[in-house]
Write a protein that binds this ligand. Structure first.
Ligand SMILES: C[S@@+](CC[C@H](N)C(=O)[O-])C[C@H]1O[C@@H](n2cnc3c(N)ncnc32)[C@H](O)[C@@H]1O
Length: 199
């Protein structure tokens, strides 16, 4: 743990395995929007290892500056200043974006916010560009593990609007917004790295 910086052990555990997957997706130079950046640990690790990308962190206006200590310490030229972005606003004020990454957000956002995220991502991506969404997901209404089921119960106790989303519902949202599931990688700890491609 580093003094004075927000810290997520989960980010330390998953950042390398996520990097190995997204490196195969975001191969072309361009600007990558991260939604729900959180601590900034992912932003720093990915920007450092994917120097062909300009990493654009963002988070809800109440949280978007949380990542500043990690960003400042790293001092990387290919990380932009974080932007306040609440996915539920209708008009996302962003520079041109060539791809989107988001981790552990779909189960924290309410369902209307998840819908808004897919709508916004579908609107900013051009044909052929990708959206990588990492986290736990359900299939056919079933949890993939007892630990995910317990995690979901914990989330719903915290806020009934939160919860692990079902892939069938996400596929429908993607389709409504001109995207389709291209890959769904199994990841450690019963997580998935899903890749959605704009038609
Ligand atoms: C569990 S944290 C994940 C943070 C980081 N991506 C990670 O993997 O550690 C969920 C994040 O979603 C963000 N979030 C929640 N609602 C949001 C919204 N409506 N718009 C944008 N971000 C939102 C939170 O501020 C928080 O940073």
């Amino acid at each position: 743990m580093s003094e004075g910086k927000p810290y997520s052990q989960a980010c330390e555990n998953n950042k390398q395995v996520i990097l190995e997957k997204i490196a195969t997706v975001f191969t072309a130079p361009g600007t990558l929007l991260e939604i729900g950046t959180g601590t900034g640990q992912h932003a720093v690790h990915f920007a450092r290892n994917l120097p062909h990308l300009q990493w654009q962190p963002s988070d809800h206006p109440s949280n978007f500056q949380l990542c500043m200590p990690w960003l400042k310490e790293a001092g990387l030229p290919n990380i932009s200043n974080p932007l306040p972005l609440d996915v539920s606003v209708s008009d996302w004020q962003l520079p041109p974006i060539n791809g989107v990454f988001s981790a552990n957000t779909a189960h924290i956002m309410s369902w209307p916010e998840v819908r808004a995220m897919f709508r916004g991502v579908g609107a900013i991506l051009e044909a052929g560009e990708a959206f990588c969404l990492y986290g736990p997901f359900n299939y056919g209404g079933q949890f993939t593990s007892a630990s995910n089921q317990q995690f979901n119960a914990h989330l719903q106790q915290r806020d009934p609007e939160m919860g692990i989303r079902d892939m069938a519902d996400l596929k429908q949202l993607a389709s409504n917004n001109g995207m389709a599931l291209e890959n769904d990688f199994a990841m450690p700890a019963n997580n998935r790295l899903t890749v959605w491609r704009k038609d």
